[in-house]
Design a protein. Structure first.
Lengths: 257, 254
């Protein structure tokens, strides 16, 4: 479980996060949603420690991450995996070397054990026969899946996904979303996904927090999402006229029934 | 870490951040074998990858020096074998370490800055941080180790090639015979000068690599920033090499 308590983040005079508190539960896909510029990425970076909150606390299983020194943070970091928006694969390494990197760096496994583990996770993300390819030879979806494989190769307790669907076609997005969901449930990890893709929200939102201008405006799950009367959330969900019309049509249909 | 990347300030801020970067780059490695492997890769990139350009440039520097000295000496009473002596001394004391490192500042400096800058921009450095890797130590430490090992070797190659270039140009131009030239080269050999050359090459290697890595590692923004960081790396490392040259010459040749 990850808990953030009254996290504020300021860049100069600009306050990006204005005191966010939330609990992200284990075995669930916890989504942070909101418009571009709402503070989603900054919150995610504060949680993983790439940014230090101006004030507030981040707890990983009751351990205060913000107060830790760099060595203690590195210990926690070895228990977390992260899927970056652009994949963040190492250009000069092959798929296999990319996925094997954390094993090479932090474990004393033999080469054959490492190869077996890499093949196991690559199979898990449906990437076979790509071991010797370089990231530049992969499609966007394959890069994302390689990123997921690298993120889970160390059996993390926490998984962070920064906009996993960005730059992907709708079909590939669904594949990536399903994969994240399956891995979360299979390994019982705490997953925090930062997204503004509504398909993803509806399919995977075990727990959702909605950010607007640095504030948490709403918290719930995919079942309660459409019942909310929060104006900003409704505007975010039904961003297009088409969706608004679809919602009204559906609402009228239900009303007539 | 990201704060320190996006932060900006005056010269004192940069000097402080540069010193902290150097301190962290020599931290204890998480896995020595990985660092060693990376050091070998960098030794290949920095050292082996620069041999051809060093050979080419040093040959011409030595050749031009020999012809110019010979031209000047031809109008004086000084014996022509002094051409070999002057080329040897200038190559060892100044031209091999300084000019080679200025050339390497352009080649390696822009390469390192753009490599690290691109890694920063594409979140590869963030990915390493998230894994719990000491990014400065892993990415910059091996480059510094490779530079202070390989650049002195390149400088030795440069000095030898320059002296040989002088021999070829001097004898082909007809100014000085190869026998006279070699007599000058072997005349009055001072071992301390070799020490000065090696000391300069180690310091210059460290300076140009660390300055370039600093520019690349803390680059942020868009692709244009990578280009700017790369340019800053070359300009600053060349200026710092020249400054270090002056200081070392004062200190070592009193």
């Amino acid at each position: 479980m990850i808990e953030v308590k009254d996290v504020k983040k300021q860049f100069g005079s600009q306050e990006v996060l204005k005191g966010i508190s939330a609990v992200f539960e284990s075995g669930k896909n916890n989504l942070i949603i909101g418009k571009s510029g709402s503070g989603k990425t900054v919150l995610l970076k504060c949680i993983v420690g790439l940014l230090t909150p101006t004030s507030g606390h981040v707890y990983f299983d009751d351990k205060d991450y913000v107060a830790m020194n760099i060595d203690q943070k590195n210990e926690i970091r070895r228990e977390l995996g992260m899927l970056f928006q652009g994949g963040a694969l190492f250009d000069s390494l092959t798929v296999e070397q990319n996925v094997r990197f954390p094993l090479d760096m932090f474990t004393k496994m033999s080469m054959s054990e490492k190869r077996d583990r890499v093949n196991e996770v690559l199979k898990r993300v449906n990437l076979t026969n790509t071991n010797q390819k370089f990231p530049s030879q992969l499609s966007g979806g394959m890069q994302k899946r390689t990123g997921i494989a690298r993120a889970i190769v160390m059996n993390p307790k926490y998984l962070f996904c920064d906009e996993p669907n960005s730059g992907l076609d709708p079909q590939t997005s669904i594949v990536v979303d399903e994969l994240i969901m399956e891995i979360t449930q299979e390994y019982k990890i705490t997953t925090i996904t930062n997204t503004h893709d509504m398909n993803s929200v509806i399919a995977n939102g075990d727990k959702i927090i909605f950010l607007h201008e640095g504030n948490k405006h709403w918290e719930g799950d995919r079942l309660t999402l459409f019942e909310s009367d929060n104006k900003e959330l409704i505007d975010f969900i039904f961003a297009s006229e088409f969706l608004k019309e679809a919602r009204d049509a559906r609402f009228n249909k239900l009303k007539n029934k | 870490m990201a704060e320190y990347v996006h932060a900006s300030g005056g010269p004192l801020f940069h000097i402080g951040r540069y010193i902290l970067m150097i301190k962290r780059s020599i931290a204890k490695p998480e896995r020595a074998s990985m660092y060693w492997k990376e050091t070998l890769v960098q030794m290949n990139n920095i050292g082996v990858g620069s041999v051809v350009i060093i050979l080419l440039i040093s040959f011409f520097i030595g050749a031009v020096s020999a012809v110019q000295f010979a031209y000047n000496l031809s109008q004086s009473m000084v014996p022509m074998y002094y051409v070999g002596y002057v080329v040897k001394e200038s190559m060892i004391l100044e031209l091999a370490p300084t000019v080679s490192c200025l050339i390497l500042g352009g080649k390696i400096g822009s390469n390192l800055a753009s490599e690290l800058g691109t890694m920063r921009l594409t979140e590869q450095i963030d990915a390493l941080e998230i894994m719990g890797v000491n990014t400065i130590s892993y990415l910059i430490g091996p480059k510094l180790a490779a530079a202070i090992t390989m650049i002195p070797l390149l400088v030795v190659i440069s000095a030898v090639t320059g002296i040989w270039g002088g021999l070829v140009a001097g004898s082909f131009s007809g100014y000085v015979s190869s026998v006279d030239y070699m007599q000058g080269v072997l005349m009055n050999f001072v071992g301390y000068n070799i020490f000065v050359m090696m000391a300069k090459s180690v310091v210059f290697g460290f300076v140009l690599t660390s300055v370039s890595c600093y520019q690349g590692f803390y680059a942020h923004g868009s692709a244009i920033e990578i280009g700017k960081a790369s340019t800053r790396a070359v300009v600053l490392s060349c200026v710092m090499v020249l400054f270090a040259d002056l200081v070392l010459t004062w200190l070592l040749l009193r």
